[in-house]
Structures are given as structure tokens and as C-alpha cells.
Design a protein around this ligand. Structure first.
Ligand SMILES: [Fe+2]
Ligand SMILES: [Fe+2]
Length: 178
């Protein structure tokens, strides 16, 4: 992963990345060969790449895109207990992800919420209303396709470096406050 992409994910997603709920996502398998957490990091990386490629680099777009990417599949956690089958999981997890985003961050950003709720388009016919939603939808498809052919967007060392960078960022901010 390029430093620029990692730095953007860390800058806007550090609190989510280091939360207990997000750390849990590395314990559940997803798309057979990966975990919910690694899939999510891959989607965030693809989404930031799309933003950079199209000059969508304003603070608000990057912040919303990173938050929506990191939270879009949180609702899949505990799928065996929550859903009776794959169709139910496909249909219901976006709403549960949106609820997790609210409870984790304490925020209710309309653009982030809509992006999470619509990310299964076109499998689920709910059109994204904002550019962040289209970016997430596309990044999710790219990430999932790469995982299914055994070429995930992030490696284990990308993941470890992201987490270390997020911890360093928060420590630096605390030190500056003192
Ligand atoms: Fe999803
Ligand atoms: Fe996903």
C-alpha cells in the first residue's frame, strides 16, 4: 500500500481502526480467503485510490469515504447467529452496519449513512445519493473481486503498518495536548 493512501486512512479513520469493535473484525472470515477487517481495509484503500485518481481530495469527501468504507460491513459480524442464510445477510447487513457506525462514532453523517446503506447496489436496488456512496460501491466490488481470485488489496504487513501508524498518530496528538 502506498504511503499516501495509508496516511489518509489513518488520518480520517484512526479512531475507528483502533476501536475494540473494529479489532474484532479480524476474527471473522469473509469471502472465504480473508477476514471482515482485512476486506474492509482493502475497500478503504481502493476507495481512497479512486478519490485521488479523480481529484476528490477535499477534507469532507475523504473523511466520509474513509468512515463509510471502514464501517460498511460491520453488520456482517456475528453473521452465523444473526442471519438465517446468505440472502438475509446480503439484504440486512447494511442497516446493521449503519447502526454500528452510529454507536461506534457517535456520529450520524447523512452522506456516510447513505453510503453504507446503499453499498450493496446493484445486488440490492438502493441507489447511492452521494458520490461517497458510488465510490464505496465501486471500491467494494473491486476489493471483493480481488479477494475472490486470491489477490487481496492489503497484505498482513499493510494491516500491521496501518495499525501502528494509527497508534503513533493518536500518541502524537495526546503528547501535543500535554
Ligand atoms: Fe457489504
Ligand atoms: Fe464489503
Amino acid at each position: 500500500m502506498k504511503d499516501e493512501i495509508r496516511d489518509i486512512i489513518v488520518k480520517y479513520g484512526k479512531d475507528i481502526l483502533l476501536s475494540d469493535e473494529f479489532q474484532e473484525t479480524f476474527s471473522q472470515t469473509h469471502h472465504m480467503s480473508t477476514t471482515v477487517g482485512d476486506h474492509t481495509l482493502g475497500v478503504a484503500a481502493e476507495a481512497v485510490k479512486i478519490c485521488l485518481r479523480h481529484g476528490l481530495t477535499d477534507d469532507e469527501t475523504l473523511r466520509n469515504t474513509v468512515a463509510a468504507s471502514l464501517c460498511h460491513d460491520l453488520g456482517i459480524m456475528g453473521r452465523e447467529e444473526k442471519f438465517n442464510n446468505n440472502v438475509q445477510c446480503l439484504v440486512r447487513h447494511p442497516k446493521q452496519s449503519a447502526e454500528s457506525y452510529i454507536s461506534m462514532t457517535g456520529e450520524q453523517n447523512e452522506r456516510v449513512l447513505d453510503s453504507i446503506l446503499c453499498h450493496m447496489f446493484p445486488l440490492k436496488i438502493r441507489f447511492p445519493r452521494y458520490k461517497e456512496g458510488w465510490i464505496l460501491t465501486l471500491a467494494d466490488k473491486i476489493g471483493a473481486s480481488r479477494e475472490k481470485i486470491g489477490r487481496p488489496s492489503v497484505t498482513a504487513s499493510d494491516r500491521d503498518e496501518l495499525m501502528r501508524a494509527a497508534s503513533r498518530f493518536i500518541k502524537r496528538a495526546r503528547d501535543e495536548d500535554c
